[in-house]
Design a protein around this ligand. Structure first.
Ligand code: URA
Length: 188
């Protein structure tokens, strides 16, 4: 089966943001993976390298995924809602999110994952109509267009909240990732 994998050429004009940046950040990982991880937007390191989740947050996310037994090269396709870095790392605006959504939907269609992990409140708000906060929805399976969605805390939030206590964001996220790993195994 041939599969058209989204490349930078497909994203040449994703929004007005693409006028002010030097690289459009599309994806990292396996485009045939059953698991798609969707973040907010690239930061400075991601823009420099041209891949999502390669800065401090990404390194923490990789470490937590690997600890849960998830293979970051084989099991995962990483991308973001917004494909260009918002100036000064500010949060993307509602307009920027709306402009980028068709590209994200196209990516979801082409990669066709069975599980989608929404990383942080921006990804959650962009995809789901349920406007409950991430603290309520994290770790919960949600059916969405024939796929399973699960929100988790953003690793940048975990970097700011490093308590290892039971019930703290870090330990909740570790449990969420174990839950995701179990689900991946049921799909194999
Ligand atoms: N945060 C995100 O949401 N995405 C990235 O690619 C990097 C940091």
């Amino acid at each position: 089966m041939t599969k058209k994998i989204p490349s930078h050429k497909d994203f040449s004009k994703v929004s007005d943001l693409s006028n002010s940046i030097n690289k459009i950040v599309v994806s990292r990982g396996n485009p045939f993976a059953k698991l798609m991880i969707i973040g907010e937007a690239p930061g400075a390191k991601e823009e420099e390298v041209g891949e999502p989740f390669v800065g401090r947050s990404g390194k923490l996310l990789d470490k937590l995924l690997q600890k849960a037994g998830i293979d970051i090269n084989l099991d995962v396709y990483f991308c973001n809602v917004v494909k260009c870095r918002p100036p000064k790392n500010r949060r993307p605006t509602k307009t920027e999110i709306q402009e980028n959504l068709p590209w994200l939907y196209q990516q979801i269609k082409l990669v066709n994952p069975e599980i989608i992990v929404l990383v942080g409140a921006t990804a959650l708000g962009a995809i789901l109509e349920n406007k409950s906060p991430i603290s309520i929805l994290r770790g919960k399976w949600i059916n969405w267009k024939g796929k399973l969605i699960i929100p988790i805390f953003h690793p940048a939030y975990l970097l700011r909240n490093q308590s290892k206590e039971e019930g703290a964001p870090m330990s909740l996220t570790k449990l969420d990732l174990l839950k995701i790993k179990e689900k991946i195994d049921t799909l194999k």
